[in-house]
Design a binder for this molecule. Structure first.
Ligand code: HSE
Length: 429
C-alpha cells in the first residue's frame, strides 16, 4: 500500500507557495517513497492574497505547533532567518525525531552544527538542498557524489541578485540602485537586500558548501565578506577595457595550515571565463577534487519553481530513506573551519588609483608599488575625467594579500592620490 507522508509547510512566500501548488498537482512525484500530501501550513498572515486556496490546509499560527503536530510527518521550514521562529520550529521537529527540509541558508550556516547534533541524537534527517543555488543541485553533489573524492576547493557565483545587478550595469550601463529595485520586484532579492549586496547571503551559502565539502562544522563567523556596494560603473567599464567582467565570487579552500578559508568578494574574471559568461540571476559553481579535477555546474539559484523542486528532492530522500550524515561526519566529530593566514594568500589584483592630473603622479604611483615589491602586469591610463582627476588602472602579477594591503595604504597617503585606491581581486584561471 502506498504510504502517505503528511507535510507541514511553515512559510508561504514564493517558495512555500510553489511547493504547495506542485505537491497538490503531483503528490506521487517520488513513487518509490510514497505520496506527499500537504496537511498543515503556517505563515504570518492568513488573509494575504495567494494563488492557491489556503483554506484547503489546516492553519497554524505558530510554526512550533505545526512542527509538533501529529499531522506533520515531514516539517518544511521556509520562514527564513537564522533565529526566531525558524530555529525554534526546526528544533521542535528534530527533537521529536521528525525529518526537516529547509531552504534556510542563514539557519544552517549559523546553527548547522548544533542542529546536526540534535538531528543525529534523535535520528531525524535534516536536509537543505534548496538553501544553496536554488534548484541547481550543489548540496547533494557535495554530500553524496563527491564523497569518493577529496575536495580541494569550491568557488563560484552564489547570489543571483548581485549577478543580475552586475550584468545589467555592464550591459546596459544602468545605475546600481535602479537595477536593485528591479531585482527586488522580480523576487530575486532577500527581504532585506543588504543580505544580497553586502555579500552575506553568498557567505551563508559558501559556508554551507565548505562544511559539506570538507566535513567541518559550518563556521559562518569565520567567513571574510565583502559585498558589491563599492563596485562602481567606472570599474565595470575599465575592467571591460582590460578584458574582464566583475562578479561577486564565493570560494572555500583548505589552507596550508589546515584551516578552511571562506571568502566572498567581487572579482575580475576574463570575459571568456565561465564565471563571466554566467549572466543575470544565474548561479555557477566550480568544484575541484583530487581525483576529479574540475566540475562546473550552472543553473537557477532562486525562484519559485527551482527552489520548490529542490525541496521536493529532499522530501523524496526522506520518503525513500536515502539520507546521509548532515555534514559528512558524525556531528560530534565536526571541527570548525579554524584560522587561516589571510595575509599570506597570493593572487593577482586590479587597482584603480584616482590621481591629480599633474606631472609626476604616475611616477609616484609606480614608484610606491615598486618599493612595496608589487609587480605590475598591465596598465591603463584614461584621459582626464573631470576637474583634473585621472584614473590610473593597473593589474598586478601574483602578490601576497598582506603586501598589497600595505601598498594600497601607502598609495592612499601620497599627495597626488585623491581618494582611497580601489582594489578588486582577479579570479584564478
Ligand atoms: N537572494 C538570493 C539570491 C535568493 O539573490 O541569490 C536565493 O537564495
Amino acid at each position: 500500500m502506498t504510504r502517505v507522508w503528511k507535510i507541514g509547510v511553515a512559510g508561504l512566500g514564493t517558495v512555500g507557495g510553489g511547493l504547495i501548488k506542485y505537491l497538490a498537482e503531483f503528490p506521487d512525484f517520488a513513487p518509490a517513497g510514497g505520496r506527499a500530501v500537504v496537511t498543515g501550513v503556517c505563515a504570518r498572515s492568513r488573509s494575504r492574497p495567494r494563488d492557491f486556496d489556503v483554506k484547503a490546509y489546516a492553519w497554524h499560527d505558530d510554526p512550533v505547533e505545526l512542527a509538533k503536530s501529529p499531522e506533520t510527518d515531514i516539517f518544511v521550514e521556509l520562514i527564513g532567518g537564522s533565529d526566531g521562529p525558524a530555529k525554534a520550529s526546526v528544533e521542535a521537529a528534530l527533537a521529536l525525531g521528525k525529518p526537516v527540509v529547509t531552504a534556510n541558508k542563514a539557519l544552517i550556516a549559523e546553527h548547522g552544527a548544533e542542529l546536526a547534533l540534535l538531528a543525529e541524537k534523535t535520528g531525524a534527517p535534516l536536509l537543505f538542498e534548496a538553501a544553496v543555488m536554488g534548484g541547481t543541485p550543489a548540496v547533494k553533489l557535495l554530500r553524496e557524489a563527491m564523497v569518493g573524492d577529496e575536495v580541494i576547493s569550491v568557488a563560484g557565483i552564489l547570489n543571483g541578485t548581485c549577478n543580475y545587478i552586475l550584468t545589467e550595469m555592464e550591459i546596459h550601463e544602468r545605475a546600481f540602485g535602479d537595477v536593485l529595485a528591479e531585482a527586488q520586484a522580480k523576487g530575486y532579492a532577500e527581504a532585506d537586500p543588504t543580505m544580497d549586496i553586502g555579500g552575506f547571503d553568498a557567505a551563508h551559502k559558501i559556508t554551507i558548501l565548505a562544511a559539506l565539502a570538507f566535513g567541518r562544522a559550518p563556521s559562518y563567523a569565520a567567513a571574510e565578506i565583502e559585498g558589491v556596494e563599492q563596485v562602481e560603473l567606472l570599474d565595470i567599464r575599465l575592467a571591460r577595457e582590460l578584458g574582464y567582467r566583475i562578479r561577486l565570487t564565493a570560494s572555500a579552500e583548505k589552507s596550508a595550515d589546515g584551516g578552511v578559508s571562506v571568502r566572498v568578494h567581487p572579482a575580475l574574471a576574463p570575459i571568456a571565463h565561465p564565471l563571466s559568461q554566467t549572466v543575470g540571476a544565474t548561479n555557477a559553481l566550480f568544484i575541484q577534487g583530487k581525483k576529479i579535477p574540475k566540475i562546473f555546474i550552472q543553473g537557477p539559484g532562486a525562484g519559485e519553481g527551482p527552489t520548490a523542486a529542490a525541496c521536493c528532492a529532499d522530501i523524496a530522500d526522506v520518503m525513500t530513506g536515502a539520507v546521509r550524515p548532515v555534514f559528512q561526519r558524525p556531528a560530534a566529530r565536526l571541527q570548525p573551519f579554524g584560522s587561516v593566514n589571510a595575509d599570506g594568500r597570493v593572487g593577482r589584483v586590479y587597482l584603480r588609483v584616482m590621481v591629480k592630473d599633474e606631472a609626476g603622479a604616475l611616477a609616484a604611483v609606480t614608484e610606491a608599488l615598486a618599493e612595496e615589491g608589487v609587480s605590475i602586469d598591465s596598465f591603463l591610463q584614461k584621459p582626464v575625467e573631470d576637474e583634473g582627476r585621472v584614473p590610473i588602472v593597473l593589474t598586478t602579477h601574483d602578490v601576497a594579500e598582506g603586501k598589497i594591503k600595505d601598498a594600497v595604504e601607502r598609495l592612499a597617503g601620497l599627495p597626488q592620490v585623491l581618494e582611497s585606491p580601489r582594489l578588486i581581486r582577479i579570479a584564478r584561471p
